[in-house]
Design a protein. Sequence first.
Length: 199
Amino acid sequence: MSPSQKKGGKSVKEEYNALEKHVAFFDRNGDGIIYPWETYQGFRALGAGRLLSAFAGLFINMGLSQKTRPGMGFSLLFPIEVKNSRFGIHGSHTDAYDKNGRFVESKFEEIFDKHARTHRNALTYKEVLGLLKTNRDPKDFGGWISAYAEWKILYELCKDKDGLLSREAVKGAYDGSIFRKLEKERLSSSHKKKEKSRR
């Protein structure tokens, strides 16, 4: 077996590209397939509420299942295949993933070069909205909605106390490393609270 890195108690194969690592966080049992309940569990692990997590589990899987399973029949379980996640790349995005899901450093840097006006290494919410508007492809309504939802959730989960979304957090979102960090921090905080309540 090739070397791996930890992800939600499981492992992410190092041969995964950035997009596959991003998606694999939600593969809670590490079998390469993500079902709606795993998407739900992943969002809950990040600290999202039950309603948002349920919404994400339903609509993300409904939207990506067939795209990531080319040539396969429809399934009411709406599975997503991690290895085919590149087929789910939507329009109106930053191009920080190439067509195969690999991370493109130069396009990532453009996000901050063009839109980080208040702070060099962070985005305000207004700047996130400006980024989304700039990246809109004409009449790509599905892409607009997907991009907004992704950035809105990322902002809400990762903004600091000053309402800034850091360069580190955004970069970590592209390979899923920020997800693993958030889950670890949340588990650590929960453990400390339990220990304190026992005293």
